[in-house]
Design a protein around this ligand. Structure first.
Ligand code: COA
Length: 260
């Protein structure tokens, strides 16, 4: 039997989701997209999970793209369906009610960069390579890359990456704002674990409010976004965690957030 294309492991409140096709550099075929979608749907509703780390198995790749072998035989209708399946997954990740951190351990190309861009934070090893090389296949990005790259780092960089199709190294990706941080490959696990642990102990309802406000703000006019922020801000005063956070500050002790 083929190994599961996605592995799930929990360490306390941190869930790690690993794309597990290392012999194909973790390329995203239908089965993997569906397994990832199920993994994120499960993590979204599991009260024991406060943060999700997404990564790829093996030393070489986060995800080297959509599965080219599988795409080669698709009809236009199947191609559109494949795009919609990928977009649905990216949307689910982007709209997760808890933070999702991409651990970029190597190639993040095509669908791999699209997957990383749907996450809320991106930490890359200095050996990572990212890009949108679809043009070299006679294709365009299909899992949201043309839209998220544009919004993440602007028109010039989005056009450069998509038109030229040449991967860029981690340092350039940092410069362009595609990744949040670059660390030595040997330090990647420790840095990801530290950030995940920080997020796992933060106030979950406030984290969710931030994710919602920034997502909504990215899709609407400033006035509407500001109104949404005020409503979310007001809602926080209904939480025990807000009372705890402010009381702990005043008492000069660390807060303990209960997700209430
Ligand atoms: N889809 C399907 N299979 C893929 C893949 C993809 N996106 N990326 C890599 N693979 C497979 C290769 O076909 C190869 O399989 P095989 O051993 O059965 O022949 C295996 O993964 C290893 O890849 P290989 O190309 O031999 O590794 P490399 O170190 O020489 O090169 C890359 C690494 C990432 C530069 C190269 O694999 C590549 O260009 N991949 C495609 C990237 C891409 O265009 N992504 C966008 C897709 S829309």
């Amino acid at each position: 039997m083929a190994p599961a294309p996605v592995q799930i492991a929990d360490d306390g409140a941190v869930r790690t989701v690993t794309v597990n096709r290392p012999d194909k550099l973790n390329a995203l075929n239908r089965a993997t997209l569906e397994a990832l979608d199920a993994a994120f749907a499960g993590a979204a509703t599991d009260p024991g999970v406060r943060v999700v780390v997404l990564t790829g198995a093996g030393p070489k790749a986060f995800v080297a793209g959509a599965d080219i072998a599988e795409m080669n035989g698709l009809s236009p209708v199947q191609g559109r369906d494949f795009s919609l399946l990928g977009q649905q997954l990216m949307r689910r990740i982007e709209r997760m009610p808890k933070p999702v951190l991409a651990r970029i351990n190597g190639f993040a190309l095509g669908g791999g960069l699209e997957l990383a861009m749907a996450c809320h934070l991106r930490i890359a090893a200095d050996t990572a390579n990212v890009g949108q090389p679809e043009i070299n296949l006679g294709l365009i990005p299909g899992f949201g890359g043309s839209q998220r790259l544009l919004r993440l780092c602007g028109r010039a960089a989005a056009l450069e990456l998509c038109l030229l199709g040449s991967p860029i190294n981690a340092a350039r990706a940092l410069q362009l704002g595609i990744v949040n941080e670059v660390v030595g490959v040997e330090a990647l696990d420790a840095r990801v674990a530290a950030l995940a642990s920080q997020l796992a102990t933060a106030a979950p309802l406030a984290l969710r409010g931030i994710l919602d406000a920034i997502h909504v703000g990215g899709e609407c006019a400033l006035g509407e976004g500001l109104e949404y922020e005020s409503t979310q801000f007001g809602l926080m005063f209904a939480t025990e965690d807000m009372r705890e956070g402010t009381a702990a500050f005043l008492a000069r002790r660390p807060p303990v957030f209960q997700n209430r």
